[in-house]
Design a protein around this ligand. Sequence first.
Ligand SMILES: [Ca+2]
Ligand SMILES: [Ca+2]
Length: 231
Amino acid sequence: MTARALPLFLAVCLVSLAPALGAQSSVQEFRLGGSAKILNEECIRLTPETPYVSGSAWFQNPMDLNYPFELTVDLVLGNNNELGADGIVFVFHPTMQTGYRGEGMGFAGLYPSLGIEFDTYQNFHLGDPANDHVAIMPHGQAHHARSMVGPVEIPNLENGARHPLTISWHPGKQKLEVKLDDELVATYTGDIVSTIFGGNSKVYWGATAATGRKINFQDVCIRKLVYALVD
Ligand SMILES: [Ca+2]
Ligand SMILES: [Ca+2]
């Protein structure tokens, strides 16, 4: 090899070490549990308008948090504002396991994990505010005294509309951002891989939802998923 050829050789090596980025939008690539059902080509209905049910949709491939990701979906949190519950949580966890349901929305008790909740029902004993809210929460701890970010109160979500949501992770800046309805609603800065997942960067992600005495249909509609594939 000549000296001139060496930089090109190194560049090819670096490219081949980087994982492939996945970008797709198929509801077929989720493992469904509980009440979750495919609604159409874009959307999964996590819960129907039925009391005391819960559903989960886990993306079938893990991703590597050492690389950036950007998950763009629409959330639909039903039509019942006064009589609606409970909300949707995006969960990151080393396996496709779902946590306790009901007010825990499929997230409670799951260790180690990171959850981003879109909560539409006030549970006083969990420190929920009166309004719909967003929070970033560690390890399945549903009480907001433990929240990493929030609860951040937001306008009513239970209006039947699609609410665009982008969750993005920038490992270089150690920054997790949550954008809902084109507003930045939550930002967490920290080393999630080491502080939450004990150094393990390979996690699955999914959306879980539940109803209680109060009910809503709750959907997640896939728009664009960009993430690093795990080797
Ligand atoms: Ca709640
Ligand atoms: Ca509401």
